[in-house]
Design a protein around this ligand. Sequence first.
Ligand code: FES
Ligand code: FES
Length: 153
Amino acid sequence: MEKISLKVNSVTYDLEIDPETPLLYVLRNQMELNGPKYGCGYEQCGACLVLLDGKAYPSCKIPVRDVQNVAIRTLKDLQDDNKLHPVQEAFAEEQAAQCGYCLNGILISSFSLLNENPNPDRAAINEGLKRVLCRCGTYSRFIKAVEKAASRK
Ligand code: FES
Ligand code: FES
């Protein structure tokens, strides 16, 4: 066990923990931040994405010791005073979500993409979302939702 400090959603957490513990486990089990989901555990499916210094990154393998000086943000932090982020609003309007399991990764990816590229074309959106697997194949609605969110920024 070691003392580890993590900054998550602008809150500093001081933990006594095995430094090899994957970030996802701490977010869900100790901080009760359940936006990121456990899917594959191998950085392959995108269900567990979070923002690390503003960029989408899987949290299922990265040990907490490696993210001590990183600004970590989860899905919960995208909302502002209970007001949905434009990306979330667009997804709701387009009824783009089917199951909620991959949705965390898709929203985090979309947010990260639009931060870097406020006016992405289709190719850029496909590239930005490709890290997340959606088994129900609703990608065309995801793309429309991202385009709608981009048009409002
Ligand atoms: S659970 Fe992390 S990428 Fe699949
Ligand atoms: S909407 Fe979640 S797997 Fe497709």
